[in-house]
Design a protein around this ligand. Structure first.
Ligand code: ADP
Ligand code: ZN
Length: 697
């Protein structure tokens, strides 16, 4: 195309106004159009709905002659665009395989004669010799590649036919190329530039900022605190809707049940539910019949409710794109909305486990191939390919062999297809995918632990150019200067535990959930400020008059004692005294070394640290709860797990210890016989390991 000058952009602005009816360009549009008009390659990265189409449609319309070829992956998308253009009086047509030859020829002829300015095609079309011959007889002014991320193996929509597009350009007489995508992942972006052989492209990333969204991360120490704080947050929702995203279906079920038992009106949604139930929830959500939905990432397609005021993440998402896509469902109406991620250090474990499942270590793929090969084409049950117990990634490893044509698989049976095919295993590719997934997770974790502006982090990740260092509307930007919450001192922690014991007792008496009495934050403040009087107590945030009248004295009973000067006062009520012997909450120690663990134990440990229940771990690992309990007991015995509160509550621990005469526990059978349904075998195993550990307390 001709060199750009101010007149070209002015002409572009006129087309924008006259044909499309928009008064001004959106961020990035003028830059991309300017580059294309100047004959340069361009890569435009804009969110869905950001206005990518006009970036190539306007240059196409400004050309005096020749045609713009638009590559798009889906026939349905093309049809929509062509219809919209036709309605605005712009000539456009599609060419696809369902059309008769004559129709195809007519479309290209219309393009050659200038009646059609844009020809929409699927990438597979370029493999069709007849079509290419027709096209070569026409002047192609611009090759626009929509959904350009399909070219990248890193994207989820990789299309082999997109790969060939780099060569198509030269066959079409070397027109400039405009690539467009909404996928703002740095690696995918690089991949697009490389694979499409863009030459010094104008890369423009724009429109990702959503100023009305307030981003925040709430650090928590464990799953219990997480549930409690998310509950508190949801109860503060006074208008509009909220979505809580969880990492697994099981967590969706559990969290929904917990909240519902607490009397909250909420519904669950995940792909394990039948279609009818899911439709009902979607519908109820759209019509405000249910305002809080707890869901996996399956809840999203077609959710365009404008007044979602909160998007809460219960678990660490796999990547920043995944997070932003889900969080972005908040505040579509432009009014303020909150996006809050709840993060405990151990949450990373669950994601690491998923990576392990999806991207087995290359050596494991090789080992499995060798075993299949040794069977000389005989069918082998997948179960027999593992070392000992189920290993994460086993299925993915077999699948990798199937995908590369080295193995066949039907049901649970697999067999080698090619003897001596080991060299064909794409070790580098497997390793690259694994590393890539880990890198993305690292960046997500860095976000979760960020002490600087969260919005700046997001936008920089996406590649936006001019990003302010602080936005003023996110957690770190709004935190008071003395930001990080102080860790409790040894004394405060022991007071805190006693306050919790009092709370538990009161909650049981009143038959209400503990947080109804006071939240953890309130107890923590009491443990630090040690109120001595009614007045002191009322100054603690979260303590109102009504609550003080009901519960205040019971808590004062604990905080007063400490200031009496007793070094370690004996709490007077039995519940509190018992609390002294409770499992102590372990602090997070992410880098703890576990060199001797087998892979299968390591996997259990990671899931345990991520706070999963026994059933959840068994589900993820496809093994029995008995096996999981055996693992957990061993990990507890070896001191790798110190806090067993996730699997056995304090009351049950005491119950078991009392039944065992408060001594070491030898046999589980008699205890089970005595305690019956009040405990499970799994719990007994874990408590035995915990109680029998040497050198404790
Ligand atoms: P994308 O392809 O990026 O998802 P579209 O090109 O379909 O987005 O545009 C989304 C919407 O934004 C369309 O309704 C379009 O008319 C509108 N739009 C595009 N550019 C502008 C603009 N400069 N001003 C206002 N609206 C615009
Ligand atoms: Zn900020």
């Amino acid at each position: 195309m001709t060199a750009i000058d101010g007149g070209d952009l002015e002409a572009a602005r006129q087309v924008l106004a006259e044909t499309f009816g928009h008064g001004a360009f959106r961020p990035g549009q003028a830059e991309v159009i300017g580059a294309i008009l100047a004959g340069r390659d361009a890569l435009a990265v804009m969110p869905t709905g950001g206005g990518k189409s006009v970036c190539f449609q306007i240059p196409a319309m400004l050309c005096e002659d020749g045609v713009t070829v638009v590559v798009s992956p889906l026939v349905a998308l093309m049809k929509d665009q062509v219809d919209a253009l036709e309605r605005s009086g712009v000539g456009a047509a599609t060419v696809n395989s369902s059309m008769e030859r004559e129709e195809q020829r007519e479309a290209v002829r219309a393009a050659a004669e200038g009646r059609v300015r844009m020809l929409y095609v699927a990438p597979e079309r370029f493999a069709d010799g007849t079509f290419m011959a027709l096209l070569r007889a026409t002047r192609v002014r611009l090759l626009a590649i929509d959904e350009a991320h399909c070219v990248s193996q890193w994207g989820h929509d990789f299309r082999p036919s997109y790969r060939e597009l780099g060569d198509v350009r030269s066959q079409l007489g070397d027109p400039p190329v405009a690539a467009l995508t909404a996928t703002a992942d740095p690696l995918v972006r690089e991949d697009i530039v490389q694979r499409l052989q863009l030459r010094d492209p104008e890369v423009h990333v724009a429109g990702f900022d959503r100023p009305n969204l307030r981003f925040d991360v709430t650090p928590v120490r464990n799953q219990g605190e997480k549930t409690e704080r998310i509950g508190e947050k949801l109860r503060s929702l006074d208008e509009g809707s909220a979505i809580v995203y969880c990492g697994t279906r099981k967590r969706v079920d559990d969290l929904t049940r917990t909240f519902q038992q607490e009397g909250m009106l909420c519904a669950r949604y995940h792909a394990g539910m039948d279609a009818e139930a899911r439709r009902r929830i979607q519908d109820g959500f759209a019509r405000d019949k249910v305002r809080i939905v707890i869901a996996t990432n399956a809840f999203g397609m077609g959710i365009d409710k404008p007044d979602v005021r909160m998007v809460i993440h219960h678990d660490l998402p796999e990547s920043i794109e995944a997070y932003y896509q889900e969080a972005g469902r908040a505040g579509r109406d432009g009014d303020p909305a909150e996006c809050t991620l709840y993060f405990a250090k151990r949450d990373r474990g669950l994601r690491d486990f998923f990576i392990e499942m999806e991207h087995p270590p290359p050596q494991m793929v090789v080992d499995i191939y060798r075993r299949l090969e040794a069977a000389q084409g005989e069918r082998v049950h997948v179960r027999d390919l593992r070392d000992g117990e189920h290993e994460p990634g086993l299925n993915a490893a077999v699948q990798a062999l199937v995908d590369s044509g080295l193995a066949g698989k039907r049901g649970y049976q697999a067999w080698a297809l090619k003897p001596g095919g080991e060299q064909e295993i794409d070790l580098a590719g497997l390793e690259a995918h694994r590393r890539y997934a880990t890198q993305k997770l690292d960046l997500m974790q860095a976000y979760a632990e960020s002490v600087t502006c969260l919005r700046a982090r997001l936008l920089k990740y996406f590649g936006e150019q001019e990003v302010a260092a602080a936005c003023g509307n996110c957690g770190p930007c709004m935190a008071p200067v003395s930001a990080p919450r102080e860790e409790l001192s040894e004394q405060a922690r022991s007071v805190f535990e006693r306050l919790r014991a009092v709370r538990r007792m009161l909650a049981q008496e009143a038959d209400v959930p503990p947080y109804v009495i006071f939240g953890d934050a309130t107890l923590r403040e009491m443990a630090v400020s040690l109120p001595q009087t009614r007045q002191d107590m009322l100054a603690v945030s979260g303590v109102g008059r009504v609550k003080f009248e009901r519960y205040g004295e019971a808590f004062l009973g604990e905080t007063r004692v400490v200031n009496d000067g007793e070094a370690d006062p004996a709490p007077r009520d039995p519940a509190a005294r018992r609390a002294e012997r409770q499992p102590r909450r372990r602090r997070d120690e992410p880098g703890q070394e576990t060199p001797e663990l087998s892979r299968t134990m390591q996997a259990t440990l990671e899931l345990a640290r991520a706070g999963l229940s026994i059933e959840e771990i068994a589900g993820e690992r496809r093994t029995t709860t008995g096996t999981v309990a055996t693992h957990l007991a061993r990990l507890v015995r070896d001191g790798l797990i110190e806090d067993i509160g996730t699997w056995v509550d304090n009351e049950t621990v005491l119950l078991i210890q009392r039944a065992a005469g408060d001594g070491p526990i030898a046999k589980i059978g008699p205890l089970k016989a005595e305690l019956g349904d009040r405990v499970t075998y799994e719990q007994l195993q874990i408590v035995r390991a915990w109680s029998n550990r040497g050198g404790r307390d």
